[in-house]
Design a binder for this molecule. Structure first.
Ligand SMILES: Cc1ncc(C[n+]2csc(CCOP(=O)(O)OP(=O)(O)O)c2C)c(N)n1
Length: 337
């Protein structure tokens, strides 16, 4: 496998990082395809919102961050956790609600946490982690710690007041936070064009004086470059950035099905977005430009599939949380701290 990028100047990015991004997107895809299968089988039973199709956003964003930077997610955050370096086996165990899960089996798919890699929490209440990320950025400034906070949210979340209040406060205090809107054009079962008169989410930052950009979220490199700028801006103390990454979820709003039977989208629309698969797009580019061969790509896919299978074995064999300490890890008793 080559370790130098034949067209370095063209891409302004390390070859090893591109390969890592490719692998990282595949890890999310293969993990979730397996989860979809296990949901169909009834082996995983917790409500699960799949991220398949949106991998370019999580990976582009997290590849521009340091391990100790913070990310906050939502109800659709397996990709955010894995892209930030979260342990895959612990995530699988969490979906099985096992004691070895990243949230000790208490959280399931929607309450994921991995502070060791900066994933401080994912919360399914729409828009709720946007102000928490702003708070964590404020804490970093007050403590003099050089860390960025990132919040991932959907287009639906931009319709909550919390989003707008957060933009204003973050801009006013020039906080090191990056707002990542994953515009997949649906909020649950309502399409964007039935909710907004204008398709212009990125412009929400402008009245608050926040640099704001619209990006093709299925182009992992475009996301990465935009994020790299946003991170530079934040680390210099120049405040927040808003990135609207346009992408698409292949599966239904929740669960393993496709939402083609609920009257909200048709097969032609899904087919269009599947033809713009973020992984295939990067794969075509790196093969055409001679960084990897198709054989290299197949080998990486095989390794990733094996990794996922091992995680399923780990989850299946893990113990259930004990009934005796069900409330442990759920509340903090302040009297003890
Ligand atoms: C405050 C709040 N209102 C409603 C819901 C129910 N709900 C869960 S996900 C969702 C849609 C969110 O859409 P979006 O933010 O665009 O994210 P996506 O599902 O498209 O990734 C809604 C309305 C909720 N969880 N929280």
């Amino acid at each position: 496998m080559k370790t130098t990028w034949p067209n370095e100047a063209k891409y302004d990015i390390d070859a090893a990082l591109i390969i890592e991004m490719y692998r990282s997107m595949l890890r999310i895809r293969e993990f979730e395809e397996k989860v979809a299968e296990l949901l169909e089988m009834g082996e995983i039973r917790c409500p699960t919102h799949l991220y398949i199709g949106q991998e370019g956003v999580a990976v582009g964003v997290c590849s521009a961050l340091r391990k100790d930077d913070y990310v906050f997610g939502n109800h659709r955050s397996h990709g955010h956790y894995l892209a930030k370096g979260g342990d895959m086996a612990k995530l699988m165990a969490e979906l099985y609600c096992k004691a070895t899960g990243c949230s000790k089996g208490r959280g399931g798919s929607m309450h994921i946490i991995a502070p060791e890699v900066g994933v401080l929490g994912t919360v399914p209440m729409v828009a709720s982690t946007i102000p928490i990320a702003v708070g964590s950025a404020l804490a970093s400034v007050l403590k003099g710690i050089d860390r960025i906070s990132v919040t991932f949210f959907g287009d639906g979340a931009t319709e909550e007041g919390l989003f707008h209040e957060s933009l204003n406060f973050a801009s006013l205090k020039k906080l090191p936070v990056v707002f990542i809107c994953e515009n997949n054009f649906y909020s649950s079962h309502l399409p964007l064009h039935e909710r907004r008169s204008l398709d212009s989410i990125y412009m929400f930052g402008l009245p608050y004086g926040i640099p704001s950009k619209r990006i093709d979220g299925n182009d992992v490199l475009a996301v990465y470059f935009a994020m790299r700028e946003a991170v530079k801006h934040a680390r210099k103390g120049e405040g927040p950035t808003l990135l609207e990454c346009r992408t698409y979820r292949w599966r239904g709003h929740v669960g393993p099905k496709w939402d083609l039977d609920v009257g909200i989208r048709d097969k032609a629309e899904l087919d269009y977005w599947m033809s713009r698969c973020p992984i295939k797009t990067l794969e075509r580019r790196i093969v055409n430009d001679g960084l990897l061969s198709y054989e290299d790509c197949t080998n990486i896919k095989r390794e990733v599939k094996q990794e996922v299978e091992k995680c399923v074995d780990f989850a299946r064999q893990s113990p259930e949380p004990s009934e005796d300490d069900l409330l442990k890890h759920v509340f903090i008793d302040r009297r003890d701290s």
